[in-house]
Design a protein around this ligand. Sequence first.
Ligand code: PLP
Length: 451
Amino acid sequence: MTTNAQEFDRARGAMPGGVNSPVRAFGSVAETPRFFVSASGPYVTDVEGREYVDLVGSWGPAILGHAHPAVVTAVQDAAARGLGFGASTPGETELAELIAARVTRPPLVERARNERDETPRAGLETHPVERVRLVSTGTEATMTAIRLARGATGRDLVVKFAGHYHGHSDGLLAEAGSGVATLAMPGSAGVPAAIAAQTLVIPYNDLDAVREVFAARGDEIAAVIVEAAPANMGIVPPAHGFNAALADIAHAHGALLILDEVLTGFRVGPAGWYGIDPVPFAPDLITFGKVVGGGLPLAAIGGPAALMELLAPLGPVYQAGTLSGNPLAVAAGRATLDHLDAAAYERIDTAAATVAEATTAALHEAGVTHVLQRSGNLFSIQFAAEPPIDYDTVKAQEAFRYPPFFRAMLAQGVSLPPSVFEAWFVSASHDDTAVSRIVDALPAAARAAAE
Ligand code: PLP
């Protein structure tokens, strides 16, 4: 048996930093990364044979728990029929139909709007996803959505918000969240200045900043891209009506709203954040990832036929992929969505609420100044006195309290995201036993954070 430290040494000789995605190196929490060999339900097991209750969930996809039997069977069955054909399959159409059918506004939100007697916004009556294109990663989904927006509008500029993460394509790395935030990088070397100049970065939750950027350059802006409910600088919920106002401002200037639901899609509810935002709004393109691939590489872009059919082969906007719509990934995605019924969301919401409340109680008990921020069943802890509303206020927190908290949880067998800038992912498999193991570990971790 090897140790995690031995595995890390070996990995560093073979791969930059020993990893294939930066946050996995555990740099910001000053700990040896764990090398996992298996996972089941809410648990992951490392090379040393230690089991941890997992709150990373593969960064989102493992929403039913690891190695869910129905998902594994679906993948095995698909694999036995062929690993990929580079050609069309009936399963791709079924997954695309499933995605389109789920992304509707539930009656409750419609009712809320009618009760307030709001004037319906243009486009709200249409189903937001009429066509879907499957790709392999969230990065590809947002990159393609932006190309599509540029192709549709004939404009070049894109507005993004500081602290939001939309993957690692050149134009979207400026002041990005997730690993870029964890490593405290303003952007990335290797991005040509001319490309960076096409992205206008403004503070989140600040409609004045949105109005100003559109007033100054509105006729050059192709799209504004926004995380539906930001979760890559920790959780920072959108201000009430923010997404709706954003859509209205973009549309008034002939620009599109790209709603990035790679992380929130099918996690915070059957129709993602779109389905639970208290103020209805009309995104033009929606990107999905993580949950929609059930743990295998799959992501998607959805939107109205008129926009989506600008994609090749029908239209002039090119996009392609050798592995796009891979049959194993499609099978995993379909099985996952099939099992995400009301009972599954109920289990996720309940377990998430229990863990979140126990965490904040333990930190209070230890006298640690913090806030718990939630967007649906996604939550994170921020070591600040007031709830952060944007990237600047997120960065101003006492982030140094997270590494000792993280290490104390890990030592007690709980695997948290290795960065204060990430959300905690609870799954439908987090039963009472798993939740109790987390809750029991919290007091010691909270005391470590207090020091
Ligand atoms: N968009 C959001 C909101 C994300 O959270 C992520 C990944 O964390 C991405 C896009 C990029 O997805 P991927 O890592 O699959 O490229």
